[in-house]
Design a protein around this ligand. Structure first.
Ligand SMILES: Nc1ncnc2c1ncn2[C@@H]1O[C@H](COP(=O)(O)OP(=O)(O)O)[C@@H](O)[C@H]1O
Ligand SMILES: [Mg+2]
Length: 316
């Protein structure tokens, strides 16, 4: 059975189409990444899938249960870590986990064993009895993740789990999530605007922008569809002439559509050795002058740029 099955899920706030026709599935034990900039509709999607928000249209099932018709069945099968902090500063990590166990009516023995197991998983055994106000941001995130796992959910929702963390704390959360994937086998829906995070943790990634899911595939597949390499041409002069010349070159020698970012044309190509001579020739004949020239392997960022015409990091 699918862990999650979302079909044409939509949410409108008046004229704002926050989420439009979003369809995707998550297999049991799979980690799926929703990658998109701020305002893409990620949190709204998570809110509908976790029964907190009624869809305007479409439907979704969690482990076979409909989020609208069977909200209680759904809630017992999901764990959620919200984008914003949600801990009580006065309580310890252990108290948070125990309280959660009681909310879910877990038998006491099982709750105690599960608490120890999860504190170990998130590497907080040493700090488990301090008030969480004394813990770092990364540690608090790990407490939230452990809490969401207490009742062994079928699907764990992580809405931007490392936003606001410094690079080291972020890496630590990633390591922990990888361990969780190995040891717990929980399906995960992760939202992020961090490409490296999606690439490292998600088996499949959905690219989301302006409420729509534009593409769903394995990160390697998304990149391969773009071309084997991306040639970056930064111009010092003659940008207009070069843009026109590149447009004419598209489709020849495995050369794809150029995307302009400021003074730089990013041109996906099937193979750099075939494309580069042709590219340099049009630069020369167009009369443009280059400031720099670089061949790179495509990143998920390049995929995002090709699909949306802008960079994740440029997004508002
Ligand atoms: N309660 C709301 N009322 C009106 N518009 C909203 C509301 N919540 C979200 N939106 C809008 O829906 C869009 C998607 O928001 P959100 O799901 O929070 O995106 P993300 O999590 O990807 O940053 C944005 O344009 C946002 O302004
Ligand atoms: Mg959000």
């Amino acid at each position: 059975m699918l862990a999650l099955d979302a079909r044409a899920l939509s949410k409108a706030y008046g004229k704002v189409h926050a989420v439009q026709d979003v369809t995707f599935t998550i297999a049991e034990g799979e980690t799926f990444g929703l990658l998109g900039p701020n305002g893409a509709g990620k949190t709204t999607t998570v809110a509908m899938l976790t029964t907190l928000l009624a869809p305007s249209a479409g439907s979704a099932r969690i482990a076979g249960h409909d989020v609208v018709a069977e909200p209680h069945e759904v809630r017992t099968r999901i764990g959620v870590v919200f984008q914003g902090p949600s801990l009580d500063a006065q309580l310890s990590a252990r108290q948070h986990l125990r309280f959660h166990a009681r909310l879910y009516h877990m038998p006491r023995d099982r709750a105690l064993a599960r608490t120890d197991e999860l504190l170990r998983l998130v590497e907080l055994e040493q700090r488990a009895d301090e008030r969480v106000s004394r813990l770092s941001g990364g540690m608090r995130r790990r407490v939230e993740i452990a809490r969401a796992l207490m009742h062994r959910p079928k699907v764990l929702f992580l809405d931007e789990p490392t936003v606001g963390l410094d690079p080291q704390a972020r890496r630590h959360v990633w390591d922990m999530l990888e361990r969780l994937q190995r040891e717990e086998g929980t399906a995960v829906l992760l939202t992020t605007h961090h490409m490296e995070e999606a690439e490292r943790l998600a088996r499949r990634v959905g690219i989301m922008d302006h409420g729509k899911l534009l593409d769903v595939a394995e990160p390697a597949g998304l990149k391969a569809a773009l071309g084997a390499e991306v040639v970056h041409l930064r111009v010092a002069a003659g940008q207009k002439a070069l843009a026109a010349a590149l447009a004419r070159l598209q489709g020849k020698q495995g050369i794809g559509a150029a995307v302009w970012r400021g003074d730089t044309a990013e041109v996906p190509v099937a193979a750099a050795d075939a494309a580069v001579p042709a590219l340099l020739e049009v630069v020369a004949t167009s009369g443009a002058r280059l400031a720099s020239f670089e061949v790179r392997r495509p990143s998920l960022e390049d995929v995002f740029i090709a699909r949306t015409g802008r960079a994740l990091r440029d997004a508002p």
